[in-house]
Design a protein around this ligand. Structure first.
Ligand SMILES: *[C@@H]1O[C@H](CO)[C@@H](O)[C@H](O)[C@H]1NC(C)=O
Length: 702
């Protein structure tokens, strides 16, 4: 600054101009979007989990204002249930979201541990804090302790966890009170964590895997939702609204990844339809695993290792297409400031979990050199990454309020989060007990919280980007473990792709770890972990890649539709089908409909409805053309030579024959229906050699 003063003494307006130019220059050199310190945000978001710890804190606890709490949890049931995490701003240990959080933390280490740098060990510790508790909760065979603490008495108090004197009732599921949801998720968490500890602590890893196997068997054998028998304790807090089917598939998917046992692969293929893998696929959270299952399993499809899971990739593609912005009927809304918004409270959980899937899928796609074919467009991995980055940057402060929604990050962040421990004075400052109702004045106080829960990300702004920063507005101001868990992966990737040297620096330290299962994608095996172009034709220059970051504007590319396997008028290439279709189109139509509906309607039922519509209206084409559209969407086929309904009305037989032949070309035996084809694939699966399994993992726990 000195030279300016020397050159321009007294000339105030020239001084201002120069200052403005300098400011502009510094902005150009440090664009705002590059201003986020993702590594700092990553470090903080992991630190948050230490603030949520329950039980006896270890000597290396970094968040010092917290102390030991809930040291007698489980004693009323004669078991040890100390430890684990409080789910949010209260002092209850809810097993369902805790298991989900642990699964995601483990997933982040499995896929991205090598790029976490110095934060790897803290994340592994965060996983272990969860699994140590889950092992206690599953120590008794065919029982899972799913919750500690009576949520009503807890929610009526504003007390530090260290002071807690409300009921620590223990809730469990067993053979007569099943809970496949929470048990399936617990099995998933244990299985995922067993991969994390495979090389770090083999004995612990085996213990986790054995336990996961046992808990999954229990979940599958005694099916049901835990909110049926525990309704008054778990609802409306963590009620299983979505059903337990997704957790069974999710648990099997993680067990398959962890054990490589054929039985889990067969379980997934066999139960895909029964357990509704394709349902409500634009959701991912503690209650709904559908989109996560599809993305997780697609990784293997994209690696060309598991073609029998192809439908999961189709589901994952559909999920990605459903959350892209700018669609005429978007299933996911965006706030004016650009934040993903789903109504229902604690919106940020959707932001981080959906962005996490966008990014994980983008990573798998770019390794396979693929794009997502949507109906009118296709989305490149670079585009998906950019979408996710936009969400992360919003959370860190690029939003209309210029507010970071992570406590302790940036210049402006929430001061009055809905969190008991953070808002009450710490034990060190105020050693005396603060009772249930005595805490109310801290809850209602307009003052900022005295203890920083560093790294906590709150529920976030409402759909118009407004944020009250007030404790009573818990939907906006409460942090939760399952908001932060997916965010960790987002921050790792943002960090490592904004700073390739960061990866180099830590890579050598981590090379001896082998986290991924044998078929895993070697994520981050290059110096530029995210946009790996090792599969590209031209790996020297990103700008030559058709979907590179530099060429694709933040906009969807027009899709390149796939042509049909045969022409419309090639009916006579299959005379038998041609004759059957001419004689009784209902048969061909029924066969097509069964496959397109993935077995949820039968050939007979669709054929009969088709016949009925023919008899009543004489125009079955309006029914059958709907299936052509659905099929085109599934296979990204071109709409040719004209509109689906026009085509069906013009030549019903030609259209049906063409669809039939196309499904045949995709490997379906049209004579045996959807379930026949699945069984056929199961048999093929059973005959293909499987990679060696982890032998120790197979023995049952005592
Ligand atoms: C969001 O919050 C602001 C301020 O509290 C309020 O004025 C606005 O109406 C809210 N928007 C919605 C959609 O609820």
């Amino acid at each position: 600054m000195a030279p300016i003063v020397l050159c321009l003494p007294g000339n105030v307006s020239a001084f201002r101009v120069t200052l403005a130019l300098l400011l502009l220059l510094s902005l150009l050199l440090h664009p705002i979007s590059a201003g986020h310190d993702y590594h700092d945000a990553l470090r903080k978001s992991i630190l948050f989990f230490e603030g949520q710890r329950s039980g006896k804190l270890p000597p290396d606890q970094r968040l010092k204002w917290r102390r030991d709490s809930a040291l007698h949890d489980g004693s009323t049931a004669g078991v040890d249930l100390t430890g684990g995490y409080y789910d949010a701003g209260d002092n209850i240990k809810f097993g369902f979201p805790m298991a989900f959080t642990t699964t995601l933390l483990a997933w982040s280490v499995i896929d991205f541990g090598r790029t976490m740098g110095s934060e790897l060990k803290n994340t592994v510790r965060a996983v272990k804090w969860g699994t140590d508790y889950l092992l206690k909760a599953t120590a008794v065979p065919d029982v899972v302790f799913v919750q500690v603490g009576d949520p009503y008495s807890d929610h009526n108090c504003w007390e530090r966890p260290e002071d807690m004197d409300t009921s620590r009732a223990v809730y469990k599921i067993d053979k007569n009170h099943p809970g496949s949801d929470v048990a399936g998720e617990t099995a998933a968490a244990l299985a995922a964590a067993s991969i994390v500890f495979r090389s770090r602590d083999p004995a612990y890893s085996r213990l986790l895997l054995n336990r996961a196997v046992r808990v999954f068997e229990f979940a599958d054998r005694h099916r049901g939702a835990y909110s049926a028998s525990l309704r008054s304790a778990v609802c409306p807090f963590y009620c299983d609204v979505n059903g337990f089917q997704d957790e069974l598939l999710w648990g099997a998917a993680w067990l398959h990844k962890a054990s490589r046992r054929r039985v889990y692969r067969e379980y997934i293929v066999r139960n895909e339809v029964v357990l509704r893998a394709g349902d409500t696929i634009n959701e991912f959270g503690w209650d709904n695993k559908h989109a996560g299952i599809n993305v997780l399993i697609s990784k293997e499809v994209l690696m060309g290792k598991a073609d029998y899971f192809h439908s999961f990739k189709q589901n994952a593609d559909e999920f990605i297409c459903s959350i892209l912005p700018g669609l005429s009927h978007p299933q996911v809304q965006y706030s004016p400031g650009g934040l993903i918004f789903k109504p229902g409270g604690s919106n940020m959980q959707h932001v981080t979990s959906l962005s996490f899937l966008l990014l994980a899928y983008s990573n798998y796609l770019s390794h396979a050199n693929k794009v997502v074919p949507c109906v009118q467009t296709s989305a490149s991995p670079a585009f998906l990454k950019q979408l996710a980055k936009r969400q992360v940057d919003y959370i860190l402060g690029d939003n209309p309020l210029m507010m970071s929604y992570m406590v302790g990050y940036g210049a402006r962040y929430p001061q009055r989060i809905h969190h008991r421990g953070s808002s009450l004075p710490s034990v060190q400052v105020h050693p005396a007990h603060i009772g249930c109702k005595a805490g109310s004045r801290y809850f209602l106080s307009p003052n900022p919280n005295p203890n920083l829960l560093v790294g906590a990300v709150v529920g976030g702004p409402n759909s118009s980007d407004a944020f009250p920063d007030s404790r009573p507005f818990f939907q906006e101001s409460e942090p939760t473990t399952y908001i932060n868990a997916p965010l960790i992966i987002l921050l790792i990737i943002m960090y490592s792709s904004s700073n390739p040297n960061g990866y180099n620096k830590y890579a050598s330290e981590q090379l001896h770890h082998h986290d991924g299962p044998p078929t895993g994608i070697p994520v981050s095996s290059s110096t530029e972990p995210y946009f790996s172009t090792s599969h590209d034709q031209d790996s020297h220059s990103h700008s030559h890649h058709p979907y590179s970051h530099s060429q694709v504007p933040p906009h969807l590319r027009p899709r390149a539709p796939v042509p049909w396997s045969s022409g419309l008028c090639d009916c006579f290439s299959d005379p038998k089908n041609c004759c059957i279709t001419c004689w009784c189109p209902c048969i061909t139509f029924g066969q097509i409909a069964e496959i397109v509906d993935k077995g949820s309607t039968s050939c007979g039922a669709s054929g009969a409805l088709y016949t009925l519509i023919t008899c009543v209206t004489g125009c079955p084409c309006f029914y059958s053309c709907f299936y052509r559209s659905k099929m085109r969407q599934q296979y990204a086929l071109e709409e040719s030579p004209c509109n689906d309904c026009l085509l069906h009305c013009f030549c019903e037989f030609c259209a049906l024959c063409q669809e039939y032949r196309h499904l045949q070309s995709r490997g379906f035996d049209m004579a045996i229906g959807w379930h026949g084809n699945i069984e056929e694939r199961n048999r093929e699966v059973a005959m293909t050699p499987v990679p060696p399994v982890v032998e120790q993992g197979m023995s049952r726990d005592k």
